[in-house]
Design a protein around this ligand. Structure first.
Ligand SMILES: *Cc1c(COP(=O)(O)O)cnc(C)c1O
Length: 338
């Protein structure tokens, strides 16, 4: 297989159930590349988890979840008046972040369901506190489902959440990037409120050891020092093997910039260390014979050229080698869940 994501199914499902238990009222987030799994697969998994709502990133993603998940679909990109292409759908919940947009949705006459987003310290989308507080609990022409808070990564959010709860009363709050511990503390202090954590990474990718990424060895060529290889015909500084591995820019395989050997001294150190960054090479995410290896040149669209120095164990064609990639930026040819 080309670039594959192998999932230890029992371990992954155990983790998903544990995460759902740690985040009562969880709203699973499925967006973008579906955290490596695809959105469709996550939608079915959210159904399996028993979630009543799934959160997606954009309106374009509705089609990926609608037939696979039976609950509500919260679209996290803010609705805008130019979205005249989104008909009323009883399962769709819009995110609203501007007073003009709220008024425009209210004018439609079909009473769409909305969540009002607060402009938090993220400063991405949302209504400032005075605007949000001024809307009250029953805005005209829409069905208000709650308020939403999207906070920066990390912890230490309780003070900011408390501030919003105090200034903009609502019965239900969708919160993003608030830890399970922080949510428990908030819940104890506000037993009357419904807190709905929107969780993606900590849910789908929270047990990284259940996930294994592999690329396939497609070709191997013995090379001598001084040979020229690749699109760029770079001169090899050493003898060894050029491996052609599945996985290129189309999969999201990118150059991992090595610490650039900018100064003469750094270059000398890199040379002394035997590092190929001395000749301007970049570290690849591929691990062969126990070590992360260097790209011979930037990844091609669907394959990468990797250098294996003489003396290393050369894998056979068809072997799979480990790749240390970010799951949120990698598109797999094959996902296998045991
Ligand atoms: C992507 C996103 C999330 C989920 O983020 P993770 O870090 O993957 O848990 C939650 N809320 C909003 C608004 C998002 O855009």
């Amino acid at each position: 297989m080309p670039v594959s994501l192998y999932v230890d199914g029992p371990r992954w499902r155990r983790h998903l159930l544990g995460a759902a238990a740690a985040y009562p009222g969880i709203v699973p987030v499925a967006k973008g590349n579906g955290y490596g799994f695809t959105i469709g697969r996550l939608a079915r998994r959210a159904e399996w988890l028993g979630a009543d709502t799934i959160a997606i990133g954009t309106y374009a993603e509705v089609v990926d979840v609608r037939q696979r998940f039976s609950g509500d679909v919260l679209v996290m990109e803010p609705w805008r008046p130019f979205r005249t292409d989104i008909p009323y759908d009883p399962r769709l919940v819009h995110t609203v972040g501007r007073l003009d947009d709220l008024a425009a949705l209210g004018d439609r006459g079909d009473h769409p369901r909305v969540v009002l987003e607060a402009l938090t310290s993220m400063h991405r989308h949302g209504l400032p506190a005075d605007a949000l507080a001024g809307i009250g609990r029953s805005p005209r022409g829409v069905r208000l489902e709650g308020h939403a808070l999207h906070l920066p990564l990390g912890t230490g959010h309780v003070t900011e959440v408390e501030h919003w709860l105090a200034t903009c009363p609502a019965d239900r709050w969708f919160v993003s990037h608030v830890s399970d511990v922080e949510i428990s503390a908030l819940r104890r202090r506000h037993p009357d409120l419904e807190l709905r954590p929107r969780v993606g990474t900590a849910l789908w990718l929270g047990d990284r050891a259940a996930l294994d990424v592999r690329a396939t060895v497609l070709d191997a060529h013995t090379v001598r020092r001084g040979d020229r290889v690749g699109y760029r015909q770079r001169i090899l500084p050493r003898a060894g093997t050029v491996l052609v591995l599945s996985g290129g820019t189309a999969h999201g395989i990118a150059l991992e910039a090595p610490t650039p050997a900018a100064t003469a001294r750094q270059r000398a150190l890199a040379v002394a260390r035997g590092g190929l960054d001395a000749v301007g090479w970049a570290l690849s995410p591929f691990v062969v014979d126990g070590k992360q290896r260097w790209f011979v040149e930037p990844p091609h669209m669907q394959v990468s050229l990797i250098f294996l120095p003489a003396g290393s164990a050369v894998p056979r064609l068809g072997d799979e080698v480990r790749a240390q990639v970010r799951l949120t930026t990698t598109t797999f040819d094959h996902v296998q869940i045991s």
